[in-house]
Design a protein. Structure first.
Length: 112
């Protein structure tokens, strides 16, 4: 691999950048819940155990800015907001499933 290609990949494929987007405590539970389909803000808040409103807003804004989710606002009173995974977000699902499987194996081996 040429030096230029290697540098370009490091800029575009940085593990640190990936972890900045999905490495937080709440990103994977949010993505997992959205894998079930569209959800409103309050549904997410109820389904992501332990998250507070401020943190959910912050995580959703971060994921929207990074193209992981889309936010759709409907002109109702009060306004209805729905979140869905983008194609980019859906591509994370196999990785999240693999991490979940690894976590289960790890927990089982620790209990032996």
């Amino acid at each position: 691999m040429s030096e230029e290609k290697n540098t370009n990949c490091q800029k575009q494929c940085s593990l640190k950048e990936v972890l900045d987007i999905i490495g937080g405590k709440w990103a994977m539970p949010i993505i997992y819940n959205l894998s079930k389909g569209k959800m409103r803000f309050k549904e997410l808040e109820r389904n992501v155990e332990g998250i507070n409103t401020r943190m959910l807003v912050k995580e959703l804004k971060n994921m929207e800015a990074n193209g992981i989710i889309t936010r759709e606002v409907f002109a109702t009173v009060p306004p209805t907001v729905e979140y869905t995974l983008t194609l980019k977000g859906e591509k994370l699902l196999p990785s999240i499933a693999s991490l979940h499987a690894w976590g289960q194996e790890f927990a089982e081996s620790e209990n032996k």
